[in-house]
Design a protein around this ligand. Structure first.
Ligand SMILES: Cc1cc2nc3c(=O)[nH]c(=O)nc-3n(C[C@H](O)[C@H](O)[C@H](O)COP(=O)(O)OP(=O)(O)OC[C@H]3O[C@@H](n4cnc5c(N)ncnc54)[C@H](O)[C@@H]3O)c2cc1C
Length: 310
């Protein structure tokens, strides 16, 4: 399909919707709330892009029912950055949080509520992005030299580092296998980012259309090779279940399902979006990349157009 006047071919080594990389599953957190204004602005830009994709595809891709940020005294919350970017937020008491959302913060936690947050329906978003594209499933690119296209955009997730290394590009990322668990819970769930530390957070929870609640523990996975296919880490599932029982007392305590998923992470959780001649490298994960998809895609497309015209 011609996008922006250019012919695009997508090579996918497996099939769309496969579960070996970073993008599978029904939902990912969407949030504006970050302690740094630059991330808030990028999320605001992405929100405009998601709404545009919803209009183009005729599908609802976002469920925005708010975010609770649970943080202890002394930790930099998202409040100042949100205010700087004119995004609404509200400080709640723990009692209000329990009453309004059925979420029980830790006894020493402060609570910030931000309404422009919730989930992006990840599987539907991937289908919406894929509409009309020429996608070659089962099309593993063994070497970037095999492609004669004038411009190649590499967004190979946990496989990217090895793929671009052969082209002389050193990608400063590590790949870890992370664990998420699902719990049965009726009723709407706000997104929760909890036990927030100065950069990042401990646990997170979000709505899942099948079970009700999806919960993970951020950046706890071991360094792994995506060729080594394995499931969830049982020790992490146990920790996640203990945290869930404390914060979501109405959820069923036993996980209904658990799975693994790959993070590809830089040391400061930033994304790599750069051009090396005809190669454009997009490594936008660090465990928080999905929500920025439309904004990241726009930047990669601009780099590709620049490469075409140089
Ligand atoms: C447990 C977990 C929870 C997360 N939660 C959130 C969240 O709540 N909010 C958020 O914003 N983000 C979240 N993220 C991060 C987000 O999911 C990732 O940033 C995003 O999915 C990265 O997508 P990607 O396209 O870079 O990688 P991938 O989804 O892995 O896609 C890369 C694709 O390239 C293909 N490929 C690789 N090598 C080749 C080759 N040689 N030839 C052909 N095809 C190839 C792979 O098969 C794969 O399909 C989470 C990630 C995980 C793992």
């Amino acid at each position: 399909m011609r996008r922006g006047g250019h012919e695009v071919v997508v090579y996918e080594q497996f099939e769309l919707g496969h579960t070996r990389g970073s993008s599978h599953g029904a939902t990912r957190i969407f949030r504006l709330a970050y302690p740094e204004a630059e991330w808030v602005r990028l999320a605001q830009e992405a929100l405009v892009g998601w709404r545009e994709l919803e209009r183009e595809s005729g599908q609802e891709l976002l469920l925005l029912n708010g975010l609770l940020e649970l943080y202890r005294e002394g930790v930099v919350s998202s409040q100042a950055a949100l205010e700087e970017c004119d995004a609404a937020c509200e400080i709640l008491t723990r009692d209000e949080t329990e009453l309004r959302f059925g979420v029980s913060p830790a006894p020493d936690a402060n609570v910030l509520f931000q309404p422009d947050a919730g989930v992006v329906y990840a599987d539907q978003a991937l289908r919406a992005f894929a509409r009309g594209l020429d996608i070659r499933e089962g099309g593993c690119v063994e070497s970037l030299d095999d492609l004669d296209e004038p411009v190649v955009v590499v967004t190979a997730g946990p496989w990217a580092r090895k793929l671009v290394a052969a082209a002389g590009i050193d990608l400063p990322v590590v790949e870890t296998r992370e664990t998420v668990a699902y719990f049965r819970l009726a009723g709407p769930v706000p997104t929760v980012v909890a036990e927030v530390v100065t950069r990042g957070h401990g646990f997170y929870a979000l709505s899942d259309p099948q079970y009700g609640l999806k919960v993970g523990s951020h950046m706890r996975g071991e360094l792994s090779d995506p060729e080594d296919v394995r499931g969830a880490d049982p020790d992490l599932v146990r920790e996640i279940a203990e945290w869930t029982a404390e914060r979501f007392p109405r959820a069923e305590p036993e996980p209904a399902h658990a799975e693994s998923c790959f993070y590809t992470t830089t040391d400061d959780e930033r994304f790599i979006l750069e051009r090396h001649g005809r190669l454009i490298v997009g490594s936008a994960c660090s465990g928080h990349g999905f929500k920025f998809g439309p904004a990241v895609g726009t930047r990669l497309a601009a780099l590709a157009v620049e490469a075409l015209s140089s």
